[in-house]
Structure formats: C-alpha cells, structure tokens
Design a protein around this ligand. Structure first.
Ligand code: PHE
Length: 485
C-alpha cells in the first residue's frame, strides 16, 4: 500500500491525540487557528487515519431582548414595583407606564397570580421579588454557558429571551493507520502554501513543496449548465454556420397569407382547420405589408401558373389576412427569400411553431423546427439529399432514409426518416419549391427547403422514450444528461 502522506498540520494533530482518548476537536491544544484544525481533521478523516464521531450539542445564548431585561428588569417586574408603590392601578392607566410593554407585563403578572379585578390591579402583599431575582440569575447563567434546567430554558426561548443553536462537534481518536503515518512522517519542512512573501524572499528555492494529490476525491458540484435543448440548438446552429448558412429570424404571429397562401396551400386545406391551427383574434384589420403580392397569389391560386393549373376556386383575401400562430417555420424561408432575392442564399432557423394538436409521446403542440433552404441555380434533389445527410451525420446520425412524400408547396417532396434501434421515426419534410411558390416571390432558380423537428431529434440525441420528458424539468436529467454518442 502506498504511504499516506500527511501535512505538517495533520502531523501536529495526530501527535497531539496519539495517547489521548475521545478528543473534542475544540480542545486540541496546538497553536493553529480553528479553521486549519478543522480542515486538517477533515483531511485526516478522509485519509482514514482517525476515527471520527459526531456529537450534536445544543448551546444557548441571550437575545437582545433578554439583555435588555437583564439591564432594565422584566416588564412584569417593573409593573409589580409600580403596583407595590401605588397599591392599586386602573387597567387603562397602566399603558402610561412601561414604554409600550404593558401588555406583556400584565400577561406575565397574571401568570404569577395578579389579575385585574373590576378593571383594577390590586397589590396583595405577595412577594414576587424573589421570583424575578431567580429568573435573572438563570438568564445570567445561560449567558455564561452554565445552563439551568431545560424547563426554564424553554420558557425563555418561548418568550424570545434566549435562542438555541445546534452545534456539531467531532470527537476524534487516532487509529492504527494514523499511528503508522505518524511513525513514518518525515518532517521535510514542506511549503504548504505559496505566498507572495515566500516568492519575494527567495525562500522557496531551498525548500520542497508539498505534493498535490491529484487522485484525491473531491465533491462534485453542479454549476450552471445549458438546458439539453439549448445545448442541442447550439450544436445545430454551429453546424449550419460552419456550412456557410445564415440564420434567419421570424415571428410567432403570422398572416395566413405568409404562412399558407404564399406556399400555395389552398384555402380549404385541412391544415388550416381550427382543429390544426391556432387563430388569433384580430379586431383591428391589420394592413398587409405587401398588397401587390396578394394579387399574384390570388392569380396563382385561382388560375395557376403557365401550364400548372392552380386550385380552381375563389380565393379570399379576408382568409389570407387572418392572423395565426405560425404552424411551421417555412414561413421564415418565404419571407426571407422575398426580401433577399439575389442568388445564392443559404439560410436556416431554429424556432418555435404551434399546432393545435394533442400531445403524446411523439407529438407536442408547441415545438421547435429546424428550417433550412438553399436558393441557387445549381441546386437540385441530390444537393438536398446530400445536405440533409451531411447535417445529420455531423450530429452523429448516419442512418437516415428518404421517403417520397407530399406537401402542397414542394415537388418532389421527401420525408426524412431516422432509424433508431429498428424503429423508424419521421424527422420532418423537405423538397423543392413548386413554381407556384417561387413565381410570386420573384425567384428564378430552384429553391431547396426542409423543416425538421428539433424535439424528435432531441429524443434520439438524449435517448428519451417520450418527447414530453424534454419539458418535464427533471432535475436529475437536467444535471446529468448525456448525449447518445
Ligand atoms: N413545413 C413542413 C412541416 O412543417 C416541412 C417542410 C419544409 C416540407 C420545407 C417541405 C419543405 O412539416
């Protein structure tokens, strides 16, 4: 076994207790301050060189109020003295005395047998003086740490004249390993603490330094940390920024025009249903920011674009001006590209969307989407597939699949599927914007787009079985979460 190294202080303590029994840590007669003794004892205990027994002891001290009564007498004592002098006191007269303490005084005097009769206190030759003197004596005893009987102490505590403290003291005994350590101790006159003085005087040059024990166990502390979802968002943000993408920002509140109509989602589409979308009350008709664009959108919805036929229904501007909580962040892409039409564009966002949906193990009604888009004349379906594979593989997922899918605004469309332990989980949608979408925006080249679920990803990233666990605020998980890889 390796020799247990001990410090100079630890040596002094071991040496002091080596032939004593049950030494109270407060009575260790070495010439060091309490803090050093106390921490050295903890080290000795940790090194298993001493046996430690903990004793809890109550101590008592006098409160400010107790001190005041010691000096000026108990209120009941003072009342009693006045009564002794006047023989009789009307109750409503008493408040003129005793600086507001007359209620306490009367209550305590009543306990000693002097109670008002017919609105008067009457002196009855009782001698209470001894009782007061006795009480004060006991208060003084407490002050001097010589404690009277418990009943009296409790009475004082109840009156707020004494307060109690629970003190821990350690009773220590040296053990065999301690005796050995003592025997093997070499006084090398180590420097334990490097101070500016030791450095300045050059004293350190001829001395040895006490070694650090790098293996010593330290208590783990939980400092502040990132919420797992925030951590993942940061990782994702880094990946897109590394790939040269720009982050776009959107709004929780949107016109259906931007969220739906601009994306060629027909006005009778089931996703617009009250069952799926949160509509906001909108009494003061807001001005739509670009009325011109609505005209183009109407034409595309009603009649189509070139040889694409449109939906062939009567498009309603009123419907388009409804305000909702955005249902997807594809609306961010649409807005961004409308305002940034020069090629190429590489954009992403990681933001919240809202769906009127019931919550279960893989659905939330408020969730984050990882949205992205590439606008470039060179972009095509292979680019999109590469991009999604690259994104997931940078997060550690190499096992992704694409399934043909349908969205009103993309053609072709693909869903992204991740295989987790044999279970296929749909991560989101993607595709190339239809001309019915790009035309009103004034975009000439292909636009790739994707929208992926963040919480679903978090589920597999953190190995969760239920998407709701992310928002449960389970402290143990928040402190100790581990990523899958
Ligand atoms: N907006 C779609 C959704 O919310 C995902 C998607 C984005 C699909 C972009 C195609 C293109 O599920």
């Amino acid at each position: 076994m390796e020799k247990t190294e001990i410090s100079n202080y630890e040596y002094k303590i071991l040496d002091y207790i080596k032939d004593k029994k049950d030494v109270n840590e407060n009575s260790i007669g070495i010439n060091e301050n309490e803090r050093i003794i106390s921490s050295s004892i903890s080290y000795l205990e940790f090194k298993k060189l001493i046996d430690v027994r903990k004793e809890y002891k109550k101590t008592y001290s006098i409160t400010d109020e107790g001190e005041e009564y010691l000096k000026n007498g108990f209120p009941e004592e003072n009342l009693y003295n006045i009564l002794m002098e006047k023989k009789e006191l009307a109750v409503n007269e008493i408040k003129n005395y005793l600086n507001g303490k007359y209620k306490i005084a009367m209550a305590n005097l009543a306990k000693l047998g002097i109670k008002p009769v017919d609105g008067k206190l009457v002196y009855n030759n009782n001698s209470l003086n001894n009782i007061f003197i006795e009480s004060k004596k006991k208060l003084i005893e407490i002050k001097n740490k010589k404690y009277p009987e418990e009943k009296k102490i409790n009475e004082f505590i109840k009156r707020g004249l004494v307060k109690e403290k629970n003190n821990l003291t350690r009773i220590i005994n040296i053990n065999n390993d301690g005796l050995n350590a003592l025997k093997n101790y070499e006084n090398n006159d180590y420097i334990e603490l490097l101070t500016p003085e030791i450095l300045a005087s050059g004293e350190w040059k001829n001395k040895k330094f006490r070694k650090y024990d790098l293996n010593s166990r330290v208590e783990s502390i939980n400092g502040a940390g990132l919420h797992p979802l925030t951590y993942l968002i940061d990782e994702i943000r880094k990946i897109f920024l590394d790939m040269g993408f720009t982050e776009m920002r959107g709004h929780y509140m949107e016109y259906t025009a931007w969220n739906m109509d601009m994306l060629f989602i027909p006005q009778d589409h089931p996703a617009r249903d009250l069952q799926d979308t949160f509509y906001l009350k909108n009494d003061n008709e807001m001005e739509f920011e670009d009325p011109e664009i609505l005209k183009i959108v109407r034409r595309v919805h009603e009649k189509g674009y070139k040889n694409y036929p449109g939906w062939n229904y009567k498009w309603s501007e009123k419907e388009a001006k409804k305000v909702i909580l955005r249902t997807h962040t594809t609306v961010n892409t649409v807005r961004y590209l409308y305002h940034n039409r020069e090629e190429p564009q590489f954009v992403f966002s990681i933001e919240k969307v809202f769906r009127h949906e019931s919550v279960d193990w893989k659905h939330l009604s408020e969730l984050y989407q990882i949205e992205g888009s590439v606008y470039s004349k060179d972009a095509n379906l292979s680019t999109l597939k590469w991009l999604l594979r690259e994104f997931y593989s940078r997060l550690g997922f190499d096992n992704i699949k694409f399934l043909p899918s349908y969205y009103p605004y993309t053609e072709p469309s693909m869903d992204v599927i991740v295989d987790i332990n044999g279970r296929e989980v749909e991560m989101g949608g993607s595709g190339i914007f239809r001309p019915e979408v790009t035309k009103p925006l004034g975009l000439k080249s292909p636009v790739l787009a994707f929208g992926l679920g963040l919480e679903r990803l978090a589920m597999i990233y953190y190995n969760l079985n239920d998407i709701r666990e992310i928002y449960n605020s389970d402290l143990n998980w928040l402190k100790n979460y581990k990523i899958r890889f």
